[in-house]
Design a protein around this ligand. Structure first.
Ligand SMILES: [Zn+2]
Length: 434
């Protein structure tokens, strides 16, 4: 404190920032001392405690533990017990304080998880130092954020197992008139070991990314001007992971159930044309109205057009306009007919044309856009596309980032939890369990 006051008096000039930072450091140090005393205060000492092996462990000695807290580093003394039967040593106090096998207090770990879910671990390290006066290596932020993300996912797995065995608890959420599910895939750059033996997008070259499957659930209770659909504010929740479609299907089903899927009056599944999406929709969400994102369907026509008519004369533009019009009108059979009358110049083009005709044929019932609009439904999967950008892109696809599947999945679980507004509940839950 002395230093601060002399700093203030010097030459009548006051560098407020230097002073306030010094004052914060001083009060942290003081607080750390108080915390240390509080935590080391001798309670009535138990001579024996139960060991996990079923026998009793005996008091061995008082032992020091170094902890990083929001007030800085502290050292606490706590009793240490050793079991004569299985030789295991333990300090029950660590479990009580929720610091078992970790060197950071719960308060610090929570900060690390929050900043680590938002920014690169190096940026997180800098923010912790600037904003909270906590000095830790970037690696520590990474370890803690990933440990918490992995814990969130482990809890999710418990619910998913219940869903698998049809043992999910009844949902008490209010009945919703209209529930949407959207899903999409997006690539995340991974370290080399995670792509070994996998084919890349370019033939003969290994893949550098792995696909994250992301799903969201949201509700719609009102329509805006001209009957346009409006998503309920703060109603979107997300789940995602790098995993097989089968596992992801159960994950998304569990989330939909939690959101009242079984009690929704009307249900909609929206996605692009990817086969896995409609396989999952059929398997886990029967009875839902299936809609192919209109903008993806248009994209198919634009791409076909570009391949077929490299020069853009009036006649070919008219062809495209007619196709787009049929699509908008949901007249997919007519659209397929137009595509079918084409006489492609090469075998390769003929193949593309065939594929596109097949794509529209297969998805015809998912493209009755006027009927969907009449019901006031969304026909675009913009919510999940924005989700891919905010949840995955902004955090996991920054330049120079390469992930392990485990690390990526932990951070995805953490971000989904936070962006679904569930992190505070999760944290309260786990502290009370500890
Ligand atoms: Zn034992």
């Amino acid at each position: 404190m002395e230093v601060i006051f002399t700093g203030l008096r010097k030459s009548g000039h006051c560098d407020l920032e230097a002073v306030e930072m010094a004052a914060r450091n001083a009060s942290h140090r003081l607080g750390a001392k108080v915390l240390e005393r509080l935590l080391s205060a001798p309670a009535a000492l138990e001579l024996t405690v139960a060991c996990d092996c079923g026998h009793q462990a005996r008091f061995h000695q008082m032992r020091a533990k170094h902890l990083l807290t929001v007030l800085g580093p502290i050292t606490i003394e706590r009793p240490y017990y050793v079991c004569a039967h299985c030789q295991a040593g333990r300090s029950p106090r660590d479990r009580e304080l929720d610091v078992e096998a970790v060197a950071c207090s719960p308060g610090v770990r929570r900060m690390m998880a929050v900043v680590g879910s938002e920014a690169s671990f190096e940026q997180s390290r800098q923010q912790l130092e600037l904003l909270a006066g906590i000095e830790v290596p970037a690696k520590a932020v990474e370890r803690q954020a990933e440990a918490i993300g992995a814990d969130i996912d482990a809890r999710e797995q418990v619910a998913i197992q219940q869903a698998k065995q049809l043992e999910l608890p009844e949902v008490c959420a209010p009945e919703v008139p209209l529930l949407y599910i959207e899903m999409d895939g997006t690539g995340v750059p991974v370290v080399r070991a995670e792509t070994e033996g996998r084919a890349g997008k370019l033939e003969g070259r290994p893949a550098h990314t792995r696909e994250v499957k992301l799903g969201c659930v949201f509700t719609q209770t009102t329509a805006g001007a001209e009957g346009r659909p409006v998503r309920d504010e703060d109603s979107t929740s997300y789940v995602g992971a790098i995993e097989s479609a089968e596992l992801f299907g159960l994950r998304l089903y569990t989330e939909a159930w939690r959101r009242g899927w079984s009690r929704a009056q009307k249900k909609v599944v929206l996605g692009d044309g990817a086969a896995w999406i409609w396989n999952l929709a059929g398997q886990h969400f029967p009875g839902a109205i299936q809609i192919v994102d209109l903008y993806h369907a248009r994209q198919h026509l634009w791409e076909l057009f570009a391949r077929l008519f490299p020069g853009d004369d009036k006649a070919s533009k008219r062809w495209l306009a007619r196709c787009l019009d049929r699509l908008d009108q949901g007249k997919i059979e007519a659209l397929v007919k137009i595509i079918g009358t084409l006489q492609p110049a090469s075998e390769e083009l003929a193949k593309s044309v065939g594929n596109e005709a097949e794509y529209f044929e297969r998805n015809a019932e998912r493209m009755r856009y006027p009927a969907f609009r009449t019901q006031g439904l969304f026909v675009g999967s913009g919510v999940i596309e924005a989700g891919c950008k905010t949840i995955i892109g902004h955090r996991l696809k920054q330049s120079g980032m390469f992930w392990t599947v485990h690390g990526a999945n932990a951070i995805i679980a953490l971000r989904c939890c936070r962006l679904s507004r569930r992190f505070e509940d999760y944290w309260a839950d786990r502290s009370s369990a500890a």
